[in-house]
Design a protein around this ligand. Structure first.
Ligand code: IVH
Length: 723
């Protein structure tokens, strides 16, 4: 997955938090790559799945960062830049419609200064005096989804969603069921008229729809009215759309064979005359102060409107001036959206609940006394992790820095856009004297195994996430663990897919790895299952039987112990030889001061984090029991132990620097580790040997200063020759 990789790369470089002014060109390019991928992913979630995972405010920040970097490095603008694209490409189900006039987006203003800057830019561009009056149409910014409806000779012909701005989905049949949208225009409309505006759902209708969904078996309620509107409009069956109460405000247009007015306000009147609903709260203003007054008033009325708005839009009223102003990188110079800050509401934390994810992470969730925030009833808020609850970082808002969260607390909740709300402040003056600091569980609420936080030995800091160590037996992790267990580089059981694992787990057929090998005792039951038959059962059981004996490194890898990938599993297999020896050593290694732990650490490539993960796994009685069961079923073949005696670099710390010509860095590293050396990234007093190629710089200098032995690539190859 390219986008995830790009995101990882930038993250690894720690660029995400770096100020745009401080980025050099290479860093800027890498940030733009990450942002393009990330924004595309969020667009997809928002437009195609109606399931955004970040708030609008966070999303806007990503776009702002992207645009700021592009403004500094115009050469670096990518072909897939989010600034050249609005929204996401449409999904497949509906026929596509090309917009003859693209459906573009508008720039966002967050602060009053941004609005002032917008007005000044308009004046500058039009070469008007600083105090020249530029009448603006101010309108509420409806938080729904935009729609373009084409009328020919006054009759509705096609209606399309925005899609990516250039091509949307044909939702004509569904649009015909919306009461606010006329099938025939009144009056004398031009030959061709494309009307644009926003489809939305009211708070009351949204709540009613969710109430009904909740009554359906397996019904999944919808997060907010915007998603409700988007989902309803994109139903395959127009009858379903008809049953969903959708509304529409007209505020713009696309192709127009003749223009019936020459101002935005005039156009709104015309649209109303043709039979459309036009928002009654629009207002002509003629100064910055007028615009800001409108913004503040609209903000105060927001909660009483009965539908979601996320800001106001200012548009230069004269269409003649709009024409002159034109567009810059796909947004009009003549309009800007002044966004509202996220809405904040007070409520009480009734309980803190711990959810266990598929990888064993314990995530705390606050159960709130239900409150309405921007028309949506909020019942839960994510608390992220232990430190967040304690108010010591972990994503805690600066506003509550140092204030912990307790059950019974009065808190300020913010629903920024569509996502799960955040707790941004705690009212300590209303805390009950009896309220106790929240004690984060140290055992997994699902399986009772210990839950631990890894400590980074370099920084001494604990990982933010507490994880369940009961990998093999924890029901919350079971499906993920089993999927890993049968995967290609582990037990490699052919034809045992994720869907099947999920179904078998749900029906109690396979709860632990050992159960897989007991499936043969349930042949009749398997053959009865839907979608299975004698042949597929025979194939599956044969694939399982073929794996009753397994190489040690694969077996270790299959256990799904945190940090034990294939490389570490191989290292361990080569060092301990048999599973019995490995298991005994890991069980002994719980004692960090003891020999077993020291030996484990001496295995090249095994650091403290990995060592701790291993000992935590084996210290868990549940895992030991699961292993006993599994070993009744499978035979683990011993591995060839690599003897590092005679290796000239066993136990030594080696640093490679400069370029290598006869092998890659990776090869060199693997070779050194195979011979029992530890490969380090930087030179220190602990370094025993530096292998320096051409172009070696500071590391070579340091080695010389510290009097460490330095050899070149050929010297290295001679040293390890034939070993
Ligand atoms: S004008 C070329 N007016 O906000 C600009 N847009 O980012 C045409 N929206 O895609 C849009 N209320 O979905 C305009 N009164 C309003 C609006 C509005 C909501 C949405 C619309 C548009 C987005 C702008």
């Amino acid at each position: 997955n390219g986008s995830r990789m790009a995101a990882k790369k930038s993250e690894a470089k720690g660029l995400e938090g770096k100020a745009v002014e401080e980025l050099d060109e290479a860093e800027a390019a890498s940030e733009l790559e990450r942002l393009a991928a990330e924004i595309a992913e969020h667009d997809r979630r928002y437009y195609q799945e109606d399931a955004p995972t970040i708030s609008d405010a966070e999303y806007d920040l990503l776009r702002v960062r992207n645009n700021t970097i592009e403004a500094r490095f115009p050469k670096l603008v990518r072909a897939d830049s989010p600034s050249l694209r609005v929204g996401a490409a449409p999904v497949g189900r509906f026929a596509k419609v090309k917009h003859r006039v693209p459906m573009l987006s508008i720039d966002n203003a967050f602060a009053e200064e941004d609005v002032a800057e917008f007005l000044n830019r308009v004046r500058r561009y039009l070469k008007l005096a600083d105090e020249a009056v530029v009448p603006l149409m101010a309108e509420p910014k409806i938080d729904g989804l935009s729609l373009s409806i084409r009328y020919e000779k006054g009759t509705l012909t096609v209606a399309a969603t925005r899609g990516d701005g250039y091509e949307g989905e044909n939702v004509t049949a569904n649009v015909r069921t919306i009461g606010d949208i006329p099938n025939e225009l009144r009056g004398r409309p031009p030959e061709v008229a494309e009307i644009r505006g926003e489809v939305y759902m009211t708070h009351v209708d949204f709540a009613e729809m969710n109430r009904r969904i909740a009554l359906e078996p397996g019904g999944r309620t919808i997060a907010n009215p915007r998603n409700g509107a988007a989902g309803s409009l994109r139903q395959i069956d127009p009858e379903v759309t008809k049953a969903r109460p959708l509304h529409f405000f007209a505020y713009a247009w696309g192709e127009m064979s003749t223009m019936p007015a020459d101002t935005q306000s005039g156009m709104l009147e015309v649209l109303a005359g043709w039979g459309f609903k036009v928002n009654p709260r629009v207002r002509l203003v003629d100064s910055l102060d007028g615009a800001l007054d409108y913004y503040r008033e609209t903000g105060r009325e927001r909660a009483r409107l009965g539908y979601d708005i996320d800001g106001v839009v200012y548009k230069v009223n004269s269409l003649g001036l709009q024409q002159r102003l034109g567009f810059v990188s796909r947004t009009p110079r003549w309009a800007t959206a002044h966004k509202f800050p996220a809405e904040q509401v007070e409520t009480i934390i009734e309980n803190i609940e711990i959810q266990v994810g598929r990888t064993g992470a314990l995530t705390p969730v606050a159960n709130l006394r239900p409150v309405t925030v921007g028309g949506v009833v909020v019942r839960n808020a994510s608390l992220h992790n232990e430190d967040y609850i304690k108010g010591i970082g972990g994503g805690g808002e600066p506003i509550r820095e140092g204030k912990d969260i307790r059950i019974g607390d009065t808190v300020v909740v913010q629903r920024a856009g569509d996502v799960i709300p955040q707790i941004i402040d705690v009212d300590l003056s209303r805390r009950s004297p009896e309220a106790e600091a929240y004690a984060f569980p140290t055992v997994c609420p699902v399986c009772g195994s210990h839950a631990v936080r890894e400590v980074n030995p370099k920084t001494g800091r604990a990982d933010a996430v507490r994880r369940c160590t009961g990998g093999l037996i924890c029901a919350a992790q079971a499906v993920e663990q089993l999927r890993h267990f049968v995967s290609r580089n582990a037990f490699d059981i052919e034809g045992f897919g994720e869907k099947q694992i999920e179904a078998f787990h749900a029906d109690g057929l396979v709860r632990s790895p050992a159960d897989i090998f007991r499936l043969r005792l349930r042949r009749a039951e398997l053959e009865e299952r839907e979608g299975m038959g004698k042949v597929s059962v025979r194939n599956l059981l044969a694939a399982i039987e073929a794996r009753r004996s397994i190489a040690l490194n694969r077996f270790i890898y299959a256990l799904g112990i945190r940090h034990i990938g294939e490389t570490n599993a191989k290292l361990l297999a080569r060092s301990y030889g048999t599973f019995e020896a490995f298991r005994a050593a890991m069980t002994d290694a719980v004692e960090v001061e003891g020999d077993a732990y020291r030996e484990l650490r001496a295995v090249g490539g095994i650091g403290d984090v990995v060592a701790m993960a291993l000992t935590a796994f084996f210290a868990e009685a549940h895992n030991q029991e699961a292993l006993d069961e599994l070993l009744k079923e499978v035979k683990v073949e011993p591995a060839e132990v690599v003897n590092n005696e005679g290796s000239p670099v066993a136990g030594k710390t080696v640093v490679f620097t400069g370029s290598l010509e006869k092998m890659t860095r990776e090869e060199a590293k693997t070779m050194a580790e195979r011979l029992g050396a530890k490969v380090a990234g930087s030179v220190s007093k602990k370094t025993d040997l530096v292998v320096a190629g051409p172009g070696a710089g500071s590391k070579l200098k340091q080695a010389e200063e510290l009097g460490i032995q330095v050899i070149d690539e050929d010297g290295w190859l001679t040293l390890v020759d034939g070993k």
